[in-house]
Design a protein around this ligand. Structure first.
Ligand SMILES: Cc1cc2nc3c(=O)[nH]c(=O)nc-3n(C[C@H](O)[C@H](O)[C@H](O)COP(=O)(O)OP(=O)(O)OC[C@H]3O[C@@H](n4cnc5c(N)ncnc54)[C@H](O)[C@@H]3O)c2cc1C
Length: 388
């Protein structure tokens, strides 16, 4: 792995930096867990796409720039440093898209990817069910073959932003008598089909960021299947690997928070230094964010040489979620009573975002597979310990 950037990479960084300076909205967009915020973030996706910045690693004919993972990391560094909006289509661009590239037909790639890049289709993820969260092989929602259609019945839950999303990718049981991870199929479906009911669920911050989805004899053409019938588990595990391992949480996101934490500490040094543990936590946060970035560069170099993400996706997931918690808890300690100011409070100034970030950080050890489950995977697959 080379730790120096090439001239081409430097030029790309300069291009992204200049574009972001010209295009990132001056004021933060409203939360994408509201209807207006969702629409504003979709518009931002369209703006990104006009410069082929939605998904820089995709081939050009599908809406990307044909760049490599190192260039993607550079893009992300400039994106977060510029304070650009969160990506409302992250489920699609960072999770479904790499899965489609690997398992989709050419027809499916051409049909779904350019619309995803343009923000025309925003995707929700449909894995969890009331009895199938950590134990996803307990999925019961069914897709029964009827000629050239599947007929879907059942329920999904915790589907992020499905209230406003256009499409869902999910796992359904296609063999009625099958057990556990056998007989599951990966299906892509528009959320406006007859027989679909979407019920919002409030998050900790009161916004309807989640939804339950009910399926009542929903008919989906067989051509919307990703991969073969009954192969859903294998394909879904690839998606989960992208989610935990690399794409969903780029190091730049945490490096930016670490930089903001250092600034917060500097601005409040007098009170913060009353507790030496705060200075240690700031230092650890900054070093961990840098260490995560270096580790990701190493993974990207390995993938470029044909390697694959394995069980280390689980170590990454634990690392970034615990780092995010540490950074936000430290910010809360520095701010003291002011930590309770919400972003829209009259006196919040530029500190209100810390509470929002703190609330969201609580979810990090849960979504993308809980950290307890990741520790089981590490114990069994990396360390070879006996099954719990
Ligand atoms: C912010 C957020 C966004 C999400 N978005 C989506 C989404 O878009 N789509 C979607 O499908 N789902 C989504 N989820 C759901 C998420 O994937 C599940 O919450 C998660 O998989 C855990 O499942 P559960 O909630 O059913 O908890 P459970 O599986 O009931 O687990 C409860 C607790 O028991 C522990 N536990 C369970 N089994 C074991 C075991 N064998 N060993 C050790 N500990 C164990 C768990 O780690 C956890 O701490 C989201 C969740 C959050 C918080």
């Amino acid at each position: 792995m080379r730790l120096a950037y090439t001239e081409k990479q430097k030029a790309f960084r300069a291009e992204v930096r200049a574009w972001m300076a010209d295009h990132v909205p001056a004021a933060p967009l409203p939360s994408f867990d509201t209807e207006a915020g969702f629409a504003a973030h979709r518009e931002w996706e369209r703006t990104l796409n006009r410069n082929a910045f939605s998904a820089v690693t995709w081939p050009k004919h599908l809406g990307g720039r044909g760049l490599d993972l190192i260039e993607w990391l550079i893009f992300e560094e400039e994106y977060w440093a510029a304070g650009a909006p969160l990506r409302v289509n992250q489920n699609g661009v960072f999770l479904l898209a790499p899965t489609l590239m690997e398992y989709g037909t050419d027809e499916q790639k051409a049909r779904f990817l350019p619309r995803m890049a343009a923000g025309d289709d925003i995707w929700a993820q449909g894995w969890s069910e009331p009895g199938a969260g950590s134990d996803m092989a307990a999925i019961r929602s069914k897709a029964v073959r009827d000629g050239d259609h599947y007929v879907i019945n059942g329920q999904k839950t915790w589907s992020t932003r499905a209230v406003w999303a256009d499409w869902l990718f999910g796992l359904f049981r296609t063999e009625p008598e099958s057990q556990r991870h056998h007989g599951l199929t990966f299906v892509l479906l528009p959320l406006n089909l007859p027989g679909i009911t979407i019920r919002p669920i409030q998050q900790l911050n009161g916004l309807p960021g989640f939804a339950e989805i009910f399926f009542d004899n929903v008919r989906v053409p067989v051509e919307n299947r990703l991969g073969g019938e009954g192969e859903g588990w294998k394909i879904c595990m690839a998606t989960a690997g992208f989610e935990r391992g690399l794409m969903l949480r780029s190091p730049a996101r945490f490096q930016q928070t670490a930089r903001q934490l250092v600034d917060l500490y500097r601005a409040n040094r007098e009170s913060a230094d009353a507790d030496p543990a705060i200075r240690d936590a700031v230092l650890k946060s900054w070093m961990d964010a840098e260490a995560y970035a270096l580790a990701t560069y190493r993974t990207a170099s390995r993938l470029a040489k044909g390697g694959q993400i394995g069980a280390e996706a689980s170590t990454n997931k634990i690392f970034w979620s615990e780092l995010d918690l540490l950074m936000h808890e430290t910010a809360m300690s520095i701010l003291g009573a002011r930590a309770e100011l919400m972003a829209h409070a009259p006196d919040a100034g530029d500190i209100g975002h810390w509470l929002d970030g703190f609330l969201f950080a609580q979810a990090g050890p849960i979504y993308a597979g809980t950290n307890e489950i990741q520790r089981n995977i590490i114990a069994e697959r990396m360390l070879g310990l006996p099954r719990a």
